[in-house]
Write a protein that binds this ligand. Sequence first.
Ligand SMILES: Nc1ncnc2c1ncn2[C@@H]1O[C@H](COP(=O)(O)OP(=O)(O)OP(=O)(O)O)[C@@H](O)[C@H]1O
Ligand SMILES: NC(=O)c1ccc[n+]([C@@H]2O[C@H](COP(=O)(O)O)[C@@H](O)[C@H]2O)c1
Length: 291
Amino acid sequence: MMASFQALRSQYASLLKRFLSSTKDFEVLATVPPDHSAESETLYVLDSSFNPPTRAHLRIASTALLENPKPRPRLLLLLATQNADKPSKPASFEDRLAMMDLFARDLRARLAESPAFAATGLTHAVENLPLVDIGVTRKPYFVDKAAAIEHSDSYPVALEQVHLTGYDTLIRIFNAKYYPPTHTLTPLEPFLSKHRLRVTMRPSDEWGGPEEQLGWMEALARGDRDAEGAQREWAQRIQLVPGRPPSEQPVSSTLAREALTSETDDLNRLVPDQVRDFLLSERPYSGNSKV
Ligand SMILES: Nc1ncnc2c1ncn2[C@@H]1O[C@H](COP(=O)(O)OP(=O)(O)OP(=O)(O)O)[C@@H](O)[C@H]1O
Ligand SMILES: NC(=O)c1ccc[n+]([C@@H]2O[C@H](COP(=O)(O)O)[C@@H](O)[C@H]2O)c1
């Protein structure tokens, strides 16, 4: 197992090196399983630091894909090598890409259990499962990520993108401080006129509960943000879906990194199985991992 983890990491290390020495803003490095032929009508995009991928990311991706299983959707797991706010830190990007690949396999295994992706007629179940692309981008902002994906030669230009985010990220996308020089929300227009956001609620002390989060959407639809350059029609392009029920414990990448140094049993509920095996075997946060 360890040998195959190392092989996966070095495979991504060389693909990443090629990307970093290119002038590209975005590249698909691999597809799980390797297959580039399938047509799809929607591209779901999960942009994250994947540091590490968690069961929250698994829930966000699987609920989206299960909601619209036909025609076969495609999912892009997008590693942001530059974050809008956070400085870069361990794990190394090749470790994260290897974990994204393992996450893609865990996700497909979960989807394979659902009737939505079961075999139909002459088609085997595995042929109905979404393909998962593993990509990288240098662009920290969603408007630029979406444009880089549109202009890449990996997908048809007209493909609609549905960006999967949490509520905390939605609030940041709608923060005019990110859009110099005018510091208005008008730069979101090309993004939200073509693409969509599927936002998972993330109740917390900082972000409030479901009512507050639904209230944010109502305010946008009412025109409360028009003075900042927003358009009330954008509310129709944003779907807000329930997240973790209050009875379940919180899940985040930070909690998973902490569990690795203290309560490794907690990893079972925080990260998918193959990601847990990678974390326990490779210890990518110990400071000894090869960069
Ligand atoms: N538990 C969660 N509920 C809802 N959305 C989530 C959750 N975890 C992550 N997300 C969303 O997934 C996307 C990527 O998340 P990110 O990589 O920042 O994970 P994180 O767990 O918040 O990371 P960290 O703990 O390292 O800050 C973001 O849009 C974030 O809002
Ligand atoms: N205005 C924006 O588009 C905007 C603002 C803040 C964060 N982001 C991005 O959101 C993603 C998630 O960010 P965090 O990992 O900090 O939660 C990152 O790719 C980050 O760069 C985008």
